[in-house]
Design a protein around this ligand. Structure first.
Ligand code: LLP
Length: 422
C-alpha cells in the first residue's frame, strides 16, 4: 500500500502532483510520502501486538533511509532506530529517538563508536564476535558503566533476495554460532561491566518466504530456553529485519499478519520482550525517484534507449543487486506501449536500470517515477561522475518540503582542497 496514485492523469504523492516538486527542485529527486511511512509502521506494530507479541521494540533500520525527517516521522509514532555507525546514532538522536529505543548493530564497531554508544545509553549493543565483546567490556570498564549487550547469532539459514544481501549462512561474516553465543553470553553474565539483555538475529533482506525465518526463529527460541536452563537471564529477543516488499515482476512477500502469526506460533509461551529491525518494509514503498527523460535514442537497428537524468549513482540497486523497480510515466501519453532500455548518463554499461521494459510512449522532457525506491535508494547514493547528491523531498497531505537540498557545484568543490604542494 502506498500513496502514489494518479490524480487527473498525473501521478501524485498524497495530494501533491509529482511535477510540482520536479519543477521546483529539479530532477532527479526522491519524494517520500509521510502517510505511507506512518502506515507501514502502524500496520507492523498493530499486527505484532494483535498476534500477542506484547509491545515490541520496533527499531527502524536507519541504513534503509537515513534522512532525519524520515526517522523523525517514525520516531514521533514511538518507533526506535537500529543503527550501524556513530553517524547513524547521531542521526537517530537528531530525529528525537530516545536512546533506550536505539539498537546498535554491525560487525565492526570501532572503539570510538562503542564509547559513543555507551555514553549515549543505547538499549543494546548487538555484539557480533568475541573480540567485540571484549572491546565493549573494556570500554565500559573505562567509562565506569554497565553495557547492555545482546549476542547476534548466525542461525545458518539461507534467506534473502540476493546473495549480496543474505547474511544468515554460517560462512557469512555476521554474528556467532549457537555454541559460541552460549559461551559468550555466560561470560558476559559474570562480567561486572556487561549486562547481557538478550540475543539477536538477522538472516537477510528482501525475504519473500517465511520458511527460513521460521527455521531461524525456532533455533532462536531453543537458544533462549537453553540459556535460561543454564540460569542466565534473557529479557529480549531481537528478530532483526528482512521482510520483503513487492518489486516489479518479483514474487510477492508475505504480509505482516502471516509474519506476526508465524512468530507468535513459534514463540508461544516464551516470556520475552521482542525487538524488530525492519528497514525496507517501512520505507521502500514510501518513496519514488523522479527522473526526467533527457532524450530517446532510437537505434535504427532496433533498440530504444530511454536516457534519463537519473543514474546508477542515484539508485544503485539495479546495478548492484540486479533489482527491478517498477517504472511509471508520471503523466502517461496516450498511444501504444514501447519497449525501452532505460539507462542513465553515467559512463558504465552497468548504468542500465532495465532492458526491454514496456512503457507508455515517452519523449524528451517527460517525467518517470521509479517505484519502491524509498529503501536503499538515497541512502546508497553517491556523487560518482561528479553528479550532485540527489535531493530528497517529503510530502504530508497537500504540503511538501525539501528535506535534503541538492548541493551546488560550489558546495561540492568547496569540500575538497588542493594539497599544500599543488
Ligand atoms: N538489521 C540488520 C542487522 C541489517 O543488517 C539489516 C539490513 C536490517 C536490520 C534491515 O533489513 P531490511 O528490513 O531492510 O531487509 N542494500 C540492500 C539491502 C541491504 C540490507 C542490509 N542489512 C538492498 O538495496 O537491497
Amino acid at each position: 500500500m502506498n500513496h502514489f496514485e494518479p490524480s487527473q492523469g498525473v501521478m501524485a504523492c498524497e495530494s501533491v502532483p509529482l511535477p510540482t516538486i520536479a519543477e521546483a527542485v529539479g530532477t532527479p529527486v526522491y519524494v517520500y510520502s509521510s502517510a505511507t511511512l506512518e502506515r507501514h509502521y502502524e500496520v507492523l506494530r498493530d499486527a505484532l501486538m494483535a498476534a500477542g507479541l506484547g509491545r515490541p521494540l520496533i527499531a527502524f533500520a536507519v541504513k534503509a533511509n537515513s534522512n532525519v525527517a524520515v526517522i523523525k516521522t517514525l520516531a514521533r509514532l514511538g518507533c526506535g532506530a537500529d543503527v550501524v555507525s556513530e553517524g547513524e546514532i547521531r542521526r537517530a538522536l537528531a530525529a528525537g529517538v530516545p536512546p533506550e529505543r536505539i539498537v546498535f548493530s554491525g560487525v565492526g564497531k570501532t572503539a570510538r563508536e562503542i564509547a559513543f554508544a555507551l555514553k549515549t545509553g543505547v538499549a543494546e549493543i548487538n555484539v557480533e564476535s568475541e573480540p567485540e565483546l571484549e572491546a565493549v567490556a573494556r570500554i565500559a570498564a573505562e567509562l565506569k558503566v554497565r553495557a547492555a549487550i545482546a549476542i547476534r547469532v548466525n542461525p545458518d539459514v539461507e534467506a534473502g533476495g540476493h546473495a549480496k544481501i543474505s547474511t544468515g549462512k554460517a560462512d557469512s561474516k555476521f554474528g556467532v554460532s549457537f555454541s559460541e553465543a552460549a559461551r559468550l553470553y555466560a561470560a558476559a553474565a559474570v562480567n561486572a561491566h556487561l549486562d547481557p539483555v538478550g540475543v539477536a538475529y538477522h538472516i537477510g533482506s528482501q525475504i519473500v518466504d517465511l520458511g527460513p525465518m521460521e527455521a531461524a526463529c525456532r533455533k532462536m527460541r531453543g537458544l533462549v530456553e537453553q540459556l535460561r536452563a543454564e540460569g542466565l537471564p534473557v529479557r529480549r529477543l531481537d528478530l532483526g529485519g528482512g521482510l520483503g516488499v513487492p518489486y516489479f515482476d518479483q514474487p510477492d512477500p508475505p504480509g505482516v499478519e502471516p509474519y506476526a502469526a508465524m512468530i507468535a506460533r513459534v514463540m508461544q509461551g516464551l516470556d520475552v520482550e521482542f525487538a524488530f529491525e525492519p528497514g525496507r518494509m517501512i520505507c521502500a514503498n514510501a518513496g519514488v525517484l523522479v527522473a526526467r527523460v533527457i532524450h530517446v535514442h532510437r537505434r535504427p537497428e532496433g533498440r530504444n534507449f530511454l536516457v534519463l537524468d537519473a543514474a546508477m549513482n542515484d539508485l544503485i540497486r539495479p546495478a548492484m543487486y540486479d533489482a527491478f523497480h517498477d517504472i511509471r510515466a508520471v503523466k502517461p501519453r496516450p498511444g501504444e506501449p514501447v519497449l525501452y532500455d532505460v539507462v542513465g548518463p553515467v559512463c558504465e554499461s552497468g548504468d542500465t536500470f532495465t532492458r526491454d521494459r514496456l512503457l507508455p510512449p515517452l519523449e524528451a522532457g517527460d517525467l518517470v517515477a521509479f517505484m519502491t525506491a524509498g529503501a536503499y535508494g538515497a541512502a546508497m547514493a553517491s556523487e560518482y561522475n561528479t553528479r550532485p547528491l540527489v535531493p530528497e523531498a517529503m510530502v504530508k497531505g497537500g504540503e511538501w518540503a525539501v528535506i535534503r537540498p541538492r548541493p551546488s557545484y560550489e558546495d561540492m568543490l568547496a569540500a575538497e582542497r588542493p594539497a599544500s604542494w599543488l
